[in-house]
Ligand binder design. Sequence first.
Ligand code: AMP
Ligand code: MN
Ligand code: MN
Ligand code: MN
Length: 281
Amino acid sequence: MPEQNFDLHCHSNVSDGMLPPAELVARAAAQGVTVLSLTDHDDVAGLEAARAAALEHGIQLVNGVEISVTWGSHTLHIVGLNIDPAHPVLSTGLEGIRHGRGERAAKMAAQLDKAGIKDSLQGAYQHAGNKNLIGRMHFARYLVAQGIVKDVRTVFKKYLVKGKPGYVSHQWASLAEAVGWIVASGGQAVIAHPGRYQMGSGKMHELLEEFKNLGGVGIEVVTGSHTPEQYPQYANLAQKFGLLSSRGSDFHAPGEGYRDIGRLPALPELCTPIWHDWAAC
Ligand code: AMP
Ligand code: MN
Ligand code: MN
Ligand code: MN
């Protein structure tokens, strides 16, 4: 069997990616991905179109989602893999956390207005393929399109993050809810891009402990959000806590992030891949 290429984290325009699900899958296939998970933020509406496209391109699609979580003062993302998108516990939960996004966006725009950036609410909505999923990336694209900031990476240094204009704190799902919804729908819960959370090692250990106790099973080790120096660090943590390792680009749009879809190094040797016992892989 040819070598498999797993990319288990990416976004379509159902959340804050730019490509429609079918185009995203076509790009993944063209880049050599053989097993893809579409993991839109807080929504599973792209999975059906993605599945049809995967069939057409001869690659495997794993049903996924990336759930926004508030854990103390931290915002975390928990990826669910092999979920059942139609499961009522999961779909009701996701619907609940989608609700607050419109109100939050209005508050973000009011702050940006005070900072001298006009019309950002309307501008952000123009970049949102799914109006219910309005989020920071859509504001970021507006700021870039207006020539206010040179690219989206720079936006998240000057705006939309804690302490900068356009940041509005928000109550997402609890960690217990997110893991619970994923597990209830038959999926595997995975901590997304742990290297992004700016927590000390004591806090990270506390998180992994709690996550495991709640039924979480995996952690992203190789992701577009980690530097190569972070791969072995999180591989060691995975081993220490008995977590399976995942790999995903977190691709959003061509030319936008650090890694294109499917273009990632292999997991470090010591990792047990999250897919080690998946039937068809
Ligand atoms: P939201 O769900 O509205 O809070 O938006 C979160 C999204 O903003 C993430 O999924 C990323 O797409 C983007 N984002 C947040 N922080 C950064 C960052 N530091 N660099 C690049 N993109 C980021
Ligand atoms: Mn995103
Ligand atoms: Mn994320
Ligand atoms: Mn993501």
